[in-house]
Design a protein around this ligand. Sequence first.
Ligand code: BDR
Ligand code: CA
Length: 310
Amino acid sequence: MTKLIIDCDPGVDDAVALFLAFASPDLEILAVTTVGGNVGADLTARNARVIRQIAGREDVPVHAGATRPMVRAPVEADHFHGESGLGDLAVFEPTAPLAAGHSVDVIVETLMTQPAGVVTLAVTGPMTNLALAMRREPAIVDRIGHVVIMGGARTEGGNITASAEYNIFADPHAAQVVLSSGCRCVVLGLDATHQVRATDERVAALRALGTPAAQAAAEVIAFSNGIERDLVGGKSAPLHDPCVIAYILAPQLFTTRPCRLEVETGSALTLGHTAVEFRLADPAAATVRWVTQANADGVFALLNDALAAK
Ligand code: BDR
Ligand code: CA
């Protein structure tokens, strides 16, 4: 069993990541922590509880977290996620409330009380909560097992500006804190997630599973495909955040390379750009790995297998 904290900003693709995690028996989800990002912090905290209820996982605590980035002004992405953050999904006020405790405190307390090296963090939104936790209790850095992150871009260019991916752009200072901390990080940027596309056939197969989680997941992915056609000019949206959970469950579906990763925090033009350097004097000493290849059929097979039973 992998002990996991999922730090997220649902968000349509965060929602699918949560459905996959909630349905996976190999994960012990210690907490879901939310952050303001794709939509405001009040909505991301509500949305995580909506997904939890559809998945029937009220045993997992959901905690609300940072409402603003560390330094910059908030940047929302509701043009990609809809006003509610969950596309066309019929949202409702969830029955179970938020758990007590701010996301930052929960991350610190969990890492300080669990054995060192056993907790994995899945981060699918701006890295504000984790960076604040590292500032609050620097000792957590050496206690993290590893952090699997959706963020950044190298060969693909950006998706919110010409050179920046949204999660990094939304809080570049936080990203720099985490990625330069020395903790072990695996980073799934757009280079990887753009290989995992929700073709109509894949969405239809998911919907045909007929379970509440599969149908809700298919609905939010179909919404993303509509946005991909209308705003991006593509056909099938990338399944960004579920790749984080897929990596944790089945790392063999991905290829990684050791790197040094710096985040641009000083330039207005390229704010949030990820400079990924593979030319390292000592690759074995690198703490950050960049994902270069993803097996899209494998990721969708994992998703379908998990949601078939839920
Ligand atoms: C990332 O940005 C958000 O809009 C998505 O939820 C995903 O985490 C993709 O760039
Ligand atoms: Ca996200």
